[in-house]
Design a protein around this ligand. Sequence first.
Ligand code: ADP
Ligand code: MG
Length: 738
Amino acid sequence: MFDYIKNRNIAVDNKKLTFFGGIASNHYLNEKITPKLTLPKKNDIENQLFLNTPILKTRGLGIGKVISKKLAKLNLFSIKDLLYHFPRTYIDLSKVKKICDVREGEEVTVTGVVNIVDKSRTRSRKDLLKIVIWDKTGYITGIWFNQNYIADTLKKGTFVAYSGIVKYKFNELQISNPLYDILDIKGAKEQIHTGRIIPKHPSTAGISTKFLRRIFNKTLSRYGIFTDPLPYYIKDRQEFLTSLSNCIKQVHFPVSFKLSQIARNRLIYNELFFLQLGLALKKRAQTIELRSFKMDVNKLEIKEFIDSLLFELTSAQKRVISEIKEDLSKSVPMNRLLQGDVGSGKTVVALISMIISSLNSYQSAIMVPTEVLAWQHYKNFKKILKGSDIDVFLLSGSILPKERSKTLRKIKEGENQIIVGTHALIQEGVNFSNLGLIIVDEQHRFGVTQRKKLKSKGKYPHVLTMSATPIPRTITQTIYGDLDVSTIDEMPPGRGEVETIFYKPDEREKAYDLIKIQLNEGRQAFIICPLIEDSNLLQVKSVIKEAEQLQQVIFKDYKVGIIHGQLPHKNREEIMEKFENEKLNVLISTTVIEVGIDIKNATVMLIENADRFGLAQLHQLRGRIRRGEYKSYCLIFADIKTDEAFRRINAFLSTEDGFEIANKDLEIRGEGEIFGERQWGLPDLKISSIVRDKEILNRVRKDAFSIIENDIKLSSPITKVLINYLNFEYPESKFWQT
Ligand code: ADP
Ligand code: MG
């Protein structure tokens, strides 16, 4: 509690605040924040809004248009951004040496009085400035080229600190381009460039780290004091003894490495706390406020259907189906992520879930990322459900207008239907009569807004998202606090193994020979050429040309089909069908077949330019083969130019396990790419790392969730303050709302 009041001492006086659209007026900002004892006020947290003030509108930081543009490149727009732009590394210049103890080659800090200022010109006509300082034990010379203005600051008699690497030249100790701070006579003025642990903030072209340090120092001394909304009993913990404001200061300008680490952990705690609090609120809303459809999951027909399948479900499939059933039988909307490696059999789980929905007279919709996959699911479901009274519909870009409006009419009125579709499902004009369940297949291919849109087509339907690009196990539990996770961790029996082989450019023939051996045994092959779906015609032509070359020369004795995104839908369907029915031996394709496609007899895949694919994408592609009992081969050609590509290809060659691939992908790409705003709608993390800070995260999660669980009505003042603060912290993303 004490901490709280202590912080309030220097908090903002309410009366002086006027808001213009959430931004405090300049009138207030121009004033010095002076320490003053006030009691906590109701709008305590809202006072913090001034931190959202745009940098340009603040005075006293010396930032004009030019610099604010440069800062924008670093994503720094507001005071808050500045305060939370933390250094990546530090240099320890904390030990001040006597000049007589300095040795050549050392990086040191020395202090002394300016003794000589000498301006001259070099032979190459540059300005040369030498400023010699003296500390009673010796002299040392600072050297600058073309920066004579420094002489205006470092005048004779000024007490100054230099930091830098020492050289011995022309019989004198020199530091070229030293960092310097002016000290007052007693050396008491704050040093930010020398004589301490020096922060190195991430910078950008045109802004030096030195300049950034000055800005951060000014920002901190002017605005770096604010309230900490955490409940007092959390703050009372030992490791929390210093205030939030001080922590921010310690991370920017640490007194010691130890303190800065403690401070950093504290800020990590705070950041993750509000993330978890948001997730706890989301989960609460799902369980308390929203009402979904209670389904009878024990109908006889369900068992009958499962018994009628051509295979027996794996025990992992059985387990996840019972988890899903449990969810569907409740009125709390299901929000479940189904993870399972490529080929582990997620589709049948989805289908069984949809059949349950149908048997309860609700509609269900499954959204998939590509046309080709939509068609495959559609045909597959239709075949399986032939003779039942469950209707299956398809909505995708290639459906003709007449057919489409017929379908739209039917799903607007019908019940118990299953609707398969692409993005076409979330378009305007698509209305369902009673959507009970939605499934998003290959969820990583959709953004958070698309998933939300589909959800909004119903009234709190149950939601199942499926992914073959798993998020590492350790992380799912903690990060997606509002999401339940089911995992299929077992492959259906009787799958042959897959061998992945890398070929050098001069080994092309070898790869083709291997393919031919497989073809002669009756198997089929994919050849994948990377081509972005909507790329220009020129590129398409080159793929087609190459394909024709393969068709006419290398594989002239075989039947070869070519498929790509620019092909009219009808032709694409035809070719896929031919390949499925083994009327084609080789299918040359762009990535249109990347996800989902299931053809058991295809056992070879050749990937051209494999370096252009992401790791998860490569794994997906490889998932197209090894679907039957035969041994499969994934052959890759790659032009490895970057270190990253090297690591990717290496990882791909070293494992077939989707979870391991996911871990490696995380290592290579970094978590920002994987947990970001676009995928999950979660805010970007400024200081913490889900992977590195796992331990803190576990603790945070308990703290945050127990606050909400113990105050399910959200009525206690502590909860209210926290929610208020959440609104302040993430004014735009509102990720905690369902
Ligand atoms: P994914 O999880 O990648 O979506 P699919 O659902 O497409 O995988 O399944 C891959 C193949 O495995 C399909 O041909 C499917 O019929 C088959 N399959 C699914 N479950 C089983 C099982 N329990 N036993 C045998 N084959 C199965
Ligand atoms: Mg699938």
